[in-house]
Design a binder for this molecule. Structure first.
Ligand SMILES: Cc1cc2nc3c(=O)[nH]c(=O)nc-3n(C[C@H](O)[C@H](O)[C@H](O)COP(=O)(O)O)c2cc1C
Length: 186
């Protein structure tokens, strides 16, 4: 048996992306965004409401960083989704995290996040509210980096946003091999 739930953006998993930008006074702002994905091998696409401080900051500096939240930073990541830089000064400092300047773009890197994409602004459509960014560098903590160049997901423990239950869940268990397991079906 299945049940109709009506219109729900029930996609699993939704990421917990932390978008960091510089405020006009040089302090760092960060917001939580679940409606984001990759749009090409070197592009991100994130649906960002135009009223957010983040959008204003990106339009000024033409840059932002996108970090993947992990289980050790749930409280801080959720805070970035409920407090706005339009009202709260220096959100990143208030959350007790450390912002350093990206080497590649005019945006802050929040040191405590283990995986960060450093992006240059490409475009923003006020109608769809989709922001596109070009990835200029991918910064990763060596602690979670495998010799193969991949990421140790079990160690990283990235979180996903569970929209129907309004909760965060941890990802990490490997259940298959991509571009490979499907070959068993002929
Ligand atoms: C789990 C979660 C997911 C969110 N996803 C998005 C999103 O994809 N797009 C968006 O515009 N706002 C999203 N928000 C809301 C913003 O993070 C929130 O309004 C934030 O205060 C904006 O910060 P800013 O004004 O400092 O940029 C989300 C909030 C939470 C808690």
């Amino acid at each position: 048996m299945k049940k109709n739930l009506g219109v729900k953006a029930a996609v699993y998993p939704l990421p917990v992306l932390i978008i960091a930008t510089y405020n006009p006074d040089g302090t760092a702002n960060a917001m939580n965004a679940a409606w984001g994905t990759v749009a090409d091998t070197n592009q991100v696409a994130i649906c960002l409401s135009h009223g957010h401080k983040t959008v204003k900051n990106i339009m000024e500096r033409k840059a932002f960083t996108v970090s993947m939240a992990d289980a050790s930073l749930v409280k801080e990541s959720d805070y970035f989704g409920i407090a706005t830089g339009n009202k709260v000064e220096d959100k990143v400092k208030k959350a007790g995290l450390t912002a350093v300047k990206s080497e590649f773009v005019d945006a802050p890197v929040i040191e405590e996040y283990k995986l960060t994409l450093e992006c240059e602004f490409v475009s923003y459509d006020p109608e769809t509210e989709f922001m596109f960014g070009e990835i200029k560098n991918t910064l990763v903590d060596e602690d979670i980096l495998l010799e193969s160049g991949g990421i140790d997901i079990a160690k990283f423990r990235p979180i996903a946003f569970d929209t129907l239950n309004k909760s965060y869940v941890v990802l990490g268990e490997k259940v298959g091999n991509a571009f490979s397991d499907g070959k068993e079906i002929n």
